[in-house]
Design a binder for this molecule. Sequence first.
Ligand code: NOJ
Length: 630
Amino acid sequence: MITRDSRVKDLMENPIARDVIGRLVQYAGVSESLILNPVVKNLKLSAIPKFAGKSIRDADGVIDTMIDLFNQEEGTKPVSPSDNKAWWKEAVIYQIYPRSFMDGNNDGVGDIPGIIQKLDYLHDLGVSALWLSPIFDSPNDDNGYDVRDYRAIMEEFGTMADVETLITELHNRGMRLILDLVVNHTSDEHEWFVDSVQNPDGKHGDYYIWRRTNGNTPPNNWNSFFSGPAWEKVDERDEWYLHLFSKKQPDLNWENEDVRDDVCAIIDFWRNKGVDGFRLDVINYISKTSLSDGNETLGGLLGFTGIEHYFYGKHLHEYLHEMRTRSFKDMFTVGETPGTGPEMNKLLTADGREELNTLFNFDHLENLGKSRFDDYRYNLNHLKSCFIGYESDYANYAWPSVFVENHDNPRMVSKIDTREEYRDAIAKLLAVLLLTARGTVFLYQGQELGAVNVPFHDISELRDIESVNRYDAMLSGGASEAEAWKTVLRGTRDHARTPMQWSAGKFGGFSEHAPWIRVGDKDECNVDSQQQDENSVLSAYRALILLRKEHAALVYGAFTPFEPKKQDVFCYFRDDGDERFYIEVNLCSRTIHRPKPHGETEMELVFSNYLAQDDAMQPYEANVYRVQKR
Ligand code: NOJ
């Protein structure tokens, strides 16, 4: 057990402490060897506040909070390496944001019949499964991430019969369906919540996290991810309920066994319909260790106060294991787990522990210390160092997921470099990195076309609750409209939520009706024009997906970086004993020296994002070679 008398060196035995230290060291930009320095190693935790002096406000409080967190894994056995094969490890999963993918009935909103129309396109692209962002009945405060009825389909999206047809049509093509299960919270219009408000002593009275306070201050100082406090008062109960997201998304009380029974019943319902797996929305938030105030210093560092009480709650593993053994059984699961670190991730996904199959780690999506709302250019060296971490450490124990886009983030190409002349090369470079990585590959709609951010004009063009709330909060905090707009425009999730562009026609061929959100600018970034062009981003994705399918070395093969310390270039081998591939990527917009891996015999170029090769590497050049085995 870790106490204030433990020494820094004792922490290295503890998985959570290892993650926390790893992160602090990265943020501080110091070498990990600093921890091994004899003076630091032997420092008692109780002495750290003295050393930290005034540089960490409330250092004592931070240390105590951390000690509680570390002790959650007291005595946990380290996980052992695993190398089982599974369909989902080999899969390329394509994420659809149904509202924006294809409008089958021309009402301006994408729907399930629209998805069915495009199944041949997806099959030709080579994807093995679809993940649909939520399709359940919802008042759409957060575009379906606020579920009103888990067994009904959102009317705008179609009917249960449409979903059944989708499942059949997918299975006929040898493809699979992954749904998005949002069970950290429901909508406040879900019948459980309505009943919880009206009947505090009834069956659902305790389904949510209710607390009473004297007066008008919330039960604690936690923030909501969508601005403002994480608590809302309901006069009818004279109590507050917790909502980590919008106030229309009350958090479920997972400590209540009936809640867990109901969640398992929902999973069973969809398993019986033939669904093959689930993406689990913010699943690491389901267990709240305590409702004490969040540490303000940590809150300042992490951007949200209170996170330490729920991002890795004390019953998390237990609840996940329960769902796995009772309901998921052999269905595929990918957990969305913001904020967890590599050691925690191993514990959440290692085979023998029967929790999640894999998870989304977000460390690579922004440079260290940056958020998507900041004004900066993404440096690809960061992607490299994160991928090396996932591939050489985590992947030996569990199975990573690899992705660079989803419905919550601006487009990756735009983060890296907004110059039009590099767009094509960067889009293909990302395709190379993903499709030669050891992990389940997730693509987000439009990524296969090299989609970029949308030049929205003003806040009236945005639909996302997070953006709108953030804009309002900035204005209330004294920012000017121009400042607030600039910030929100940089990070808005709506960049990724505009309609998929199928053609150069009106509304991008998405619908004949004006869509619910504006379409991006007209350009070559549409399916029709790219289908015709063998050098398009779409053709590159198709070729690389096929290459991956045909060569198990690119899925399961060992990952060995070549000269990993060299800046601005990322080279590695993938080798499964039968076949060997070499990948080389220029991570910057300069022409650079081409590294020469020695000792390799002939190499056959099997993919390049440039038509011709030179001695030097062109900006953002990315190549895949097959190495002839000696
Ligand atoms: C994560 C989802 O990806 C995001 O879109 C949503 O707003 C929050 N969870 C709340 O459900």
